[in-house]
Design a protein around this ligand. Structure first.
Ligand code: PMP
Ligand code: GLN
Length: 379
């Protein structure tokens, strides 16, 4: 049969994690912690698993969890939302992104994405008959060039996809970015999809959620993931906050993509968030220590870098080490010959620029980071 996604193969995350496993390399490629979520959270899951909460959850999510999300959004971003009608719990942020795009993108629509872009956006746009319009983030700080966005907007522009803190670069949106975005979309029908899965891993100043701005929130799907916040990426539980009209359309897809999300884990998350509301407030400090340690350990080496402003990823420039090697070759070489796996950055671009960058995940134990840095500093 003809393929609907001719450009799609196996994701770079699968490829590099497999290569790392085959060669016994330290895996700093695919983004996931090598430590577990909080014990109190794991205990709550066990409790619900053992007490008969193993059937379908409500379609839009367990109410206690939606209440906890609404409370957090109000406390952190000053945004009052109705948990009944404006919050949907999903099977990971991946499902939420797919459902948001599918709910509103029609054949012929254009969707603006910023490169390097997380890999799941474009296939969802294409499957719905839309076209991704790729705009490069501006080196060296990977900021959005708003004048370029203004030029790219036309009658077909249906949506702009934002991602802050940004994977893979670690850049973050500033309050002035939100001003510029607001000025551009005011008086238009453009919708926003804001991928904020790293909202609690923001190092310099507070996270600039779109939910802070009523004029942006009124046209936005804001997506997050409990996998990143509670060190449980394998659970695949996320959520989408959007105004009633958008949530209504969003749920039409959600109910037929998955219908509902894993029940006992939603109940456990609700309990944990209520019992330990300060947990996510400690996350920036927790990951900043890891970022600082990794950067400190890498200083004697030949990689060049500027510490990430958010996420648990650190970009490193290897121009002084293997200037002739493209980044995919370098990442494979690093995995098989040096024993540390990384993600090449060019795979997240439509037209990769001339740069020599790989991404390392520092959501690892201090010992793992020490061992990896020791190998990386030897080359
Ligand atoms: N968006 C970004 C930017 C991510 O890094 C990830 C994590 N891989 C996701 C979405 C997907 O999150 P989840 O694992 O909850 O589906
Ligand atoms: N978001 C994770 C990363 O950026 C990978 C998720 C996946 O494997 N699809 O590394």
């Amino acid at each position: 049969p003809p393929t609907k996604l001719p450009k799609v193969g196996t994701t770079i995350f699968t490829e590099m994690s497999q290569l790392a496993a085959e060669h016994g390399a330290i895996n700093l490629s695919q983004g996931f912690p090598d430590f577990d979520g909080p014990l109190a959270l794991l205990d709550r899951v066990t409790y619900y698993l053992e007490n008969g909460l193993n059937q379908y959850a409500p379609m839009a999510g367990v109410m206690a969890l939606r209440n906890a999300i609404a409370l957090k959004v109000e406390k952190l971003y000053g945004c009052t939302i109705n948990p009944e009608t404006e919050v949907t719990v999903t099977s990971g942020a991946t499902e939420a992104l797919f459902a948001a795009i599918g709910a509103v993108v029609c054949p012929g629509d254009e969707v603006i994405v910023f490169d390097p872009a997380y890999d799941s956006y474009e296939p969802a746009i294409e499957l719905n008959g839309g076209t991704a319009v790729h705009l490069p983030l501006r080196a060296p700080d990977f900021a959005i060039d708003w004048s370029q966005v203004k030029q790219a907007i036309n009658d077909k522009t249906r949506m702009i996809i934002l991602n802050s803190p940004h994977n893979p670069t670690g850049s973050v949106l500033s309050s002035s970015d939100l001003d510029q975005l607001q000025a551009l979309v005011n008086d238009s029908d453009i919708l926003l999809l804001s991928d904020e899965v790293y909202e609690h891993i923001c190092f310099n100043g507070p996270h600039q959620s779109l939910l802070r701005r009523p004029a942006l929130a009124e046209r936005a799907f804001v997506v997050s993931s409990f996998g990143k916040t509670y060190h449980t990426t394998g659970w695949k539980v996320g959520y989408c906050v959007a105004p009633v009209a958008l949530t209504t359309e969003f749920r039409k897809l959600h109910q037929y993509l998955t219908f509902c999300t894993v029940h006992p884990i939603q109940l456990a998350l609700a309990d944990f968030i209520n019992d330990y509301p300060e947990h996510y407030l400690e996350l920036p400090g927790f990951y900043q220590q890891k970022r600082d340690l990794f950067c400190q350990l890498m200083k004697p080496g030949r990689f060049r870098f500027t510490p990430a402003n958010g996420t648990y990823f650190q970009l490193m420039d290897y121009s002084d080490i293997q200037p002739e090697m493209d980044d995919l070759t370098f990442a494979r070489w690093l995995t098989t010959e040096v024993g540390v796996a990384a993600i090449p950055v060019s795979v997240f671009y439509q037209s990769p620029p001339e740069q020599r960058l790989v991404r390392f995940c520092f959501a690892k134990s201090d010992d793992t980071l020490r061992e990896a840095a020791e190998k990386l500093c030897r080359i």
